[in-house]
Design a protein around this ligand. Structure first.
Ligand code: CU
Length: 136
């Protein structure tokens, strides 16, 4: 009889441990992915960060894809001479950055479509310093 109580006790302990482990994991999952929780749309902020490297005369990458209403942070990392970043439709601009330096801009991608980002330094846009900013 004592042995049966022991077995029941062990089963209970294992059950409690398993339950606490499972509930902790689901908490962990919601920490890793905040969107898995029940957050109302107004509270949902999804920041997407991108680093664009600029050189004479290109942006890498030259295509960025986000979703509507994403908060977008773009860092311009300039490798040579002087370049800036403009994305007019979102009033997103990074002033001229010197070689070896970087700067950022953050904005909300509040409209869908395909837009062009470019460098506004004399003639650079025409020489290929452009990229596609796609909002799905
Ligand atoms: Cu440029």
């Amino acid at each position: 009889m004592t042995r049966n109580y022991l077995i029941i006790g062990i089963i209970l302990i294992v059950g409690v441990l398993a339950y606490s482990l499972i509930s902790r994991q689901s908490n962990l999952a919601s920490l890793i992915n905040p969107n898995s929780q029940n957050i109302s749309p107004t509270e949902q902020v999804n920041t997407k960060e991108f680093t664009i490297t600029s050189a004479n005369f290109s942006f890498t990458p030259n295509q960025i894809i986000v979703n509507q209403n994403d908060r977008v942070k773009i860092t311009l990392k300039n490798t040579e001479s002087a370049h800036d970043f403009r994305l007019d439709e979102f009033n997103a601009a990074i002033p001229v950055v010197q070689g070896g330096q970087e700067a950022s801009v953050t904005f909300i991608a509040d409209k869908k479509g395909t837009f062009e980002y470019y460098c506004s330094v004399d003639g650079h846009r025409e020489m290929g310093m452009v990229g596609k900013f796609i909002v799905n």
